[in-house]
Design a protein around this ligand. Structure first.
Ligand SMILES: [Zn+2]
Length: 233
């Protein structure tokens, strides 16, 4: 065995012992064995952890239950079929998060977790940076709709059909100022900047984000949904 190899081996043994004795610990967001937490900053593992919650309602509800967001209010819902052909599984009714909503809505549990992460790690930091105050409420066009993707008669179900998507139309700040997609999108001012940051931030969290630049059907809202891999238009 050459000297270099021996040193490498001893080094690896040392690293192993350090982890084993708890001298070093991986930050929770980087540890694949640690469950997702709303407050952990995004890492490359986050999407994978979020995706796994879709098939594990118990683990997903546990993430919501452990959230340290004091204002969070939600009700877990039993699996049900509100409209024939669109059964809902692993869903909650989200009444409020750190923000108030224009109305409560049914969300897949992972969508609720994703929203909380978006708000914590992207939306509120952008609002504080640009306006010096947080977003207080969010206006939306709903989450559940038993239908196919717009413009498709046949085939692909919209992610709204499984309550895995939310359409956001406007954000209102603590001082009452309203920043809306119909009106402020694309403007060369602080409101326009904020909406651009709100969209980019959403792309870091959600699987698919569609906005006014995508097509006319999305001219007045952001479509934020779970499935997809960084679709950001
Ligand atoms: Zn939508």
């Amino acid at each position: 065995m050459r000297g270099g190899t021996l040193i490498l081996l001893l080094g690896l043994v040392g690293v192993g012992i350090a982890f084993d004795k708890g001298v070093w610990t991986l930050p929770a967001g980087w540890n694949p064995w640690r469950p997702l937490a709303v407050e952990n900053p995004p890492t490359p593992l986050t999407r994978w952890k979020l995706g796994r919650l879709q098939d594990d309602p118990e683990a997903c509800l546990a993430v919501l239950a452990r959230s340290d967001e004091p204002a969070l209010a939600y009700t877990p819902l039993a699996d049900h079929e509100p409209v024939a052909g669109c059964p809902l599984e692993n869903v909650v009714r989200l009444e409020r998060s750190g923000v108030r909503f224009s109305s409560s809505f049914v969300a897949s549990c992972p969508l609720a977790v994703a929203w909380l992460r978006y708000e914590r790690h992207r939306l509120q930091p952008a609002a504080r940076a640009l306006f010096g105050e947080p977003v207080a409420s969010v206006e939306h066009y709903g989450s559940f709709a038993c239908r196919n993707i717009y413009g498709r008669e046949e085939g692909r179900r919209s992610q709204h059909a499984t309550a895995e998507a939310l359409d956001v139309a406007a954000y209102r700040l603590a001082d009452g100022r309203r920043i809306a997609l119909p009106g402020d999108w694309g403007d060369d001012d602080v409101e326009g900047d904020f909406l651009e940051r709100a969209r980019q931030g959403a792309c870091d969290v959600f699987g698919t984000v569609l906005g006014p630049d995508y097509n006319a059907a999305h001219a007045d809202h952001f479509h934020l949904s779970m499935r997809g891999w960084r679709v950001c238009r």
